[in-house]
Design a protein around this ligand. Structure first.
Ligand code: FAD
Length: 617
């Protein structure tokens, strides 16, 4: 049609064509032209932590999406514009003569601010904006409304709220489109003239203003070494972004990792991105009827790695390369079929639909609490616990209603705590189970849910007594599936800050993994220096007689061993560290501290927390 509106479709959280309510809406407008767009958002590029593994997964998703769009119309693709949305949108509206902007609704607090700004700009340009929910089973704002405007802090609250939305049944997935309208013709799409005009904008403004503006309105912690290295890489190649809105091929192409300043050899995750890979993986799982229908999360082994015991679809959920409703309904169909056949099925919340509901619970809670959800200070749902390495804080901007936010630094109140934190992060605590998990996380960007439980409990209330925010930052950096709502929410759960309060129940770094993996196969894979150790000692190698240590090629000594490193005095042997503390003693210390904090009973938004008065309580 030549009469319909020109539609700009902005991809962000939904890198797919199947079951996309927003894309379906865009197509229902019968556009005369449709431009599928991706722009680089400085918040995610500069402010959020992210290792190469996640960037690799993202660009795989983008490339696959682009190919799928081309398959629907040979003239179509994902048009990647290398500039910040807040800067470039107005120009794109004008150049391309856009009538309607459509995108999937994003309720993350940063995205809300960004989208409000873009919407204002659009309205000034006479562009209509349509934001369509689709990221979760139930629209998060609707869930909050049905929960009397409050954050959903338990599964019971979530279930009650969604019951009022379509009886608790998620919408059926929508079919992928079978064809797409054309974009504009090549000449009309071309941004060369804009590049010249925007040169100042992208080079100076994007760098000086957008970056610092993002920094100003969004003060988040910096200060982790690896993270800063990633930031530096991006800054170095910022010039590259700004030298061409359409990329070096002048074809709006998806950048390669090299173009982004990353060494492709630093991609160590085995998990592959893209809608095609996601749908294949889902189909494979669903074909395994017994597995899908009887899945019970607490019964899945955190030590399984070949293959893992859960679906590993979380990175696809994060980037939207798989729709959560498609996931839900494909699984539900198997469960219903089995039920009719009177075969055993598992139930919520431990089954797969239950897992997806947990995701909805965290999204809705995050949506209501806003930016404070990711931190202790100013967070109305977080119990205040005087952790070591707590964030410092300040009020956000000049808005009197603004919440307190962290200023990016933290209080080093105990030198030991900093050491515990670093050794936890880099997998050299001397507890092989913890170290194996942290090394798997760094290498592969994914660990099993109960593995996340184990390391999160260990860092916070079950060992180190270090603030959950520090741990959440490491997860933010290394997880391929990192999702603010799920990460912060689960860290609060595990640290007994919110959602869960049984702080006397701790995970033992020895007894717990032994139950799942008495042979220690998982530890042998990720802590290879212990490969030859007898299973009797695999979780407590420091108890191994020294002659055996030598016979098995690894000496357990000192504090600093970082895995597989030859020691000067012990040439020929790998070195693995002794436990960095007595676990039983530390556990008791943590429980005592938690008891005290619970007795005082403060929450993150309490004035006494904000004023520092808690120290006297
Ligand atoms: P499956 O068991 O196959 O579950 C299917 C889907 O349900 C997952 O893909 C995921 O989308 C969702 N899901 C499952 N469990 C949870 C849960 N507890 N909370 C929210 N959604 C869930 N998940 C993230 O997606 N991003 C994060 O940043 C994240 N950080 C976490 C931090 C900690 C400390 C903990 C304990 C958990 C965290 N989780 C996070 C939740 C959970 O561990 C992962 O979603 C899950 O392990 C992903 O593996 P899977 O896809 O095989 O899950």
């Amino acid at each position: 049609p030549t009469t319909g509106p020109r539609v700009l479709y902005w991809f962000r959280t939904d890198l797919r064509v199947h079951d996309s309510p927003a894309l379906t809406h865009a197509l229902s407008l019968a556009p005369s032209a449709l431009i599928p767009l991706w722009t680089w958002d400085p918040h995610y590029v500069y402010r959020q932590r992210g290792a190469t593994n996640r960037w690799a997964f993202l660009t795989e998703c983008m490339r696959d999406l682009s190919q799928r769009l081309t398959a629907l119309n040979a003239r179509q693709k994902l048009f990647v514009v290398r500039a910040a949305p807040r800067k470039v949108m107005r120009h794109l509206f004008e150049r391309w003569g856009i009538d309607v902007l459509v995108f999937e609704q994003d309720t993350d607090p940063y995205a809300v601010i960004r989208d409000e700004e873009v919407t204002k700009v659009a309205e000034r340009c006479g562009v209509r904006v349509v934001s369509v929910p689709g990221r979760t089973l139930f629209a998060s704002r609707e869930v909050v409304r049905m929960n009397a405007g409050r954050p959903t802090m338990s599964m019971a609250q979530l279930l009650k709220a969604v019951e009022k939305i379509n009886g608790g049944v998620p919408a059926r997935p929508l079919d992928a489109p079978t064809l797409l309208p054309d974009p504009l013709d090549g000449q009309a799409m071309d941004l060369t003239a804009l590049e010249a005009e925007l040169d100042v904008l992208t080079r100076k403004d994007h760098k000086a203003q957008d970056h610092s503006r993002a920094a100003e309105s969004w003060p988040r912690a910096e200060g982790l070494d690896d993270y800063n290295a990633v930031q530096r890489t991006f800054r170095e190649q910022e010039t590259q972004y700004s030298c061409g809105l359409m990329g070096p091929g002048r074809d709006f192409g998806v950048p390669t990792l090299q173009e982004m300043g990353f060494d492709p050899a630093s991609v160590t995750t085995p998990h592959r991105g893209g809608e095609t890979a996601a749908l294949e993986a889902l189909a494979q799982h669903v074909a395994n009827e017994e597995y899908i229908a009887t899945f019970e999360k607490p019964a899945t082994a955190p030590t399984a790695f070949d293959p893992p015991a859960t679906t590993v679809l979380s990175p696809h959920m994060h980037f939207g390369s798989l729709s959560c409703r498609k996931f839900w309904w494909d699984v539900q169909a198997v469960i219903e079929r089995r039920r009719k056949e009177h075969k055993p099925v598992s139930h919520q919340p431990v089954n797969i639909p239950g897992q997806l509901l947990f995701r909805d619970m965290y999204f809705a809670a995050h949506c209501q609490v806003g930016v404070a959800f990711g931190q202790q200070i100013g967070n109305p749902v977080a119990r205040f616990i005087p952790w070591h390495l707590q964030s410092r804080y300040r009020r956000a901007g000049t808005d009197p209603h603004a919440k307190l936010v962290t200023d990016g630094t933290y209080i080093v109140d105990d030198a030991k705590a900093e050491e515990y934190f670093q050794r936890w992060k880099h997998g050299c605590t001397g507890f092989p189970w913890i170290d194996a998990l942290m090394r798997q996380l760094k290498q592969e960007g994914w660990i099993h849910h109960l593995g996340r439980h184990a390391v999160a409990c260990f860092l916070t209330r079950g060992g180190c007594y270090v603030s959950w925010e520090r741990g959440a930052e490491v997860f933010e950096e290394w997880l391929v599936d990192h999702e603010v709502a799920c990460n912060a929410g689960n860290w609060m759960w595990l640290s007994c800050t919110a959602f869960f309060s049984q702080f006397y129940r701790c995970y033992s770094p020895v007894a717990f993994p032994k139950k799942w993996d008495p042979e220690g196969k998982f530890v042998r894979k990720y802590v290879p220096e212990l490969q030859r150790f007898d299973k009797k000692y695999i979780y407590e190698p420091h108890k191994t007689p020294i002659a055996d240590q030598k016979a098995w090629g690894c000496v357990v000594k000192g504090n600093g061993g970082s895995g597989g490193v030859d020691d000067v005095e012990e040439r020929g042997y790998a070195v693995y560290p002794k436990p960095m503390f007595d676990f039983t003693e530390r556990k008791q210390f943590c429980i005592d501290q938690m008891k005290k904090a619970y007795a005082v009973g403060l929450y993150g938004d309490d004035e006494r927390v904000v004023s520092g008065e808690w120290k006297k309580l």
